[in-house]
Design a protein around this ligand. Structure first.
Ligand SMILES: Cc1cc2nc3c(=O)[nH]c(=O)nc-3n(C[C@H](O)[C@H](O)[C@H](O)COP(=O)(O)OP(=O)(O)OC[C@H]3O[C@@H](n4cnc5c(N)ncnc54)[C@H](O)[C@@H]3O)c2cc1C
Length: 328
């Protein structure tokens, strides 16, 4: 691990004034410290944001929720307003990591956790995400856990978060603040596809801090389900996950959200497919058609073709479980 400076600002403007290309904010440290110990991240300056006043969950004027970036994953999953109004989000968070990790991990840090691609974590091999232009051994290597949608010649890594898949489905908004001021970013635009710059996971500038996540009022309380398929029953990242949410009028679909995890460099949504379900009755046939359409452009690698069928089946099951009230 390289030597680094350490600061612990007490307010957001102080934190932002210290930030820059050679610094990193540290929240729970559950990802950043691992990356530093492996020499993958080498910040010259750590800005500890655990003392910032960003730990509240409060209702917005429009009936949604504003979640401070430093709310822990555990506190968020078990928050009464989240459990009651956004059960999809609670389920997704509780499907991830372990109780100890969820106690440490923060809302902002969860969005910015880095890929679990084995080659990214191995500094002895090339990786375009780690060292731009060095190559991507995953493309023709061990690529069982890698992307089947939206990948590029330069990178086939996936985004590992469970929470983000639910936030994508719920149309969350990310509040950020930097030296240029405050701005909001639609969740769908926050993470990037790799294209030819896989070193950039998201749209944040170096001096920008995530201050909060906003949830709109629609929480799909009656009909939502998060399904995570993984190699072990706990403490494993998703091979494929699905956040499914429906608003039903009888058995007619009035609104639907479908986001996939484990298949792309960002939580994957296909709004055209969602639109095609609106006005249709709940039926296995319609869910199968939607699942096939979402995966129509899938480009599996040598070892992950199984993910295409797995994702299709997971979509059908998650939608079916959502339709029956989220019962697995
Ligand atoms: C063994 C293990 C298993 C795991 N399993 C899962 C799993 O199954 N599902 C899952 O979703 N996750 C899983 N995780 C990942 C875990 O959820 C993340 O490590 C955690 O959410 C990161 O939050 P943190 O606060 O610890 O971030 P940190 O490690 O502190 O920071 C991560 C990144 O975010 C940046 N950052 C943090 N906060 C802010 C902010 N407010 N503004 C700007 N930048 C910020 C940091 O600079 C850093 O780059 C696992 C982790 C481990 C170690």
């Amino acid at each position: 691990m390289n030597p680094f400076h350490y600061s612990k600002p007490v307010d957001v403007s102080q934190a932002i004034s210290l930030a820059g290309a050679a610094s990193r904010f540290i929240a729970g440290g559950t990802n950043l410290l691992d990356l530093m110990k492996e020499n993958i991240a080498r910040p010259e300056h750590l800005i500890d944001i655990t003392g910032l006043p960003l730990k509240d969950v409060r209702e917005t004027a429009s009936g949604g929720l504003l979640i401070g970036a430093m709310v822990s994953n555990a506190d968020l999953a078990w928050h009464p307003l989240v459990e009651q109004r956004y059960p999809l989000l609670s389920q997704a968070i509780l499907a991830g990591a372990s109780p100890q990790l969820r106690n440490m991990a923060s809302t902002g840090g969860n969005l910015l956790q880095r890929t679990r691609c084995y080659y990214f974590y191995d500094s002895a091999v090339p990786c375009n995400k780690r060292e731009p232009g060095s190559g991507c051994p995953a493309k023709d290597g061990l690529n069982r856990i890698h992307a089947i949608l939206g990948a590029s010649e330069d990178c086939v890594a996936t985004h590992p978060s469970d929470m983000c898949v639910a936030l994508a489905a719920l149309d969350a908004v990310v509040h950020v603040e930097g030296r240029g001021g405050k701005r909001t970013i639609e969740f769908a635009d926050f993470h990037r596809l790799p294209e030819d710059a896989p070193q950039r996971d998201n749209q944040l500038a170096d001096d920008e801090l995530i201050t909060a996540i906003e949830l709109p009022p629609q929480g799909f309380v009656a009909h939502s389900h998060y399904l995570k398929i993984r190699d072990r029953a706990s403490y494993a990242f998703a091979l494929v996950s699905v956040a499914a949410a429906l608003e039903l009028d009888g058995d007619i679909i009035r609104d639907v959200r479908l986001a996939l995890g484990g298949v792309a460099h960002k939580p994957w949504r296909d709004k055209a497919v969602e639109q095609s379900l609106i006005g249709q009755p709940v039926s296995r046939e319609n869910f199968v058609a939607a699942a096939e359409a979402i995966l129509r452009d899938a480009k599996p690698l040598e070892h992950n073709a199984f993910k295409v069928k797995l994702a299709q089946r997971a979509i059908v099951r998650a939608l079916s479980d959502a339709a029956t009230g989220g019962k697995a």
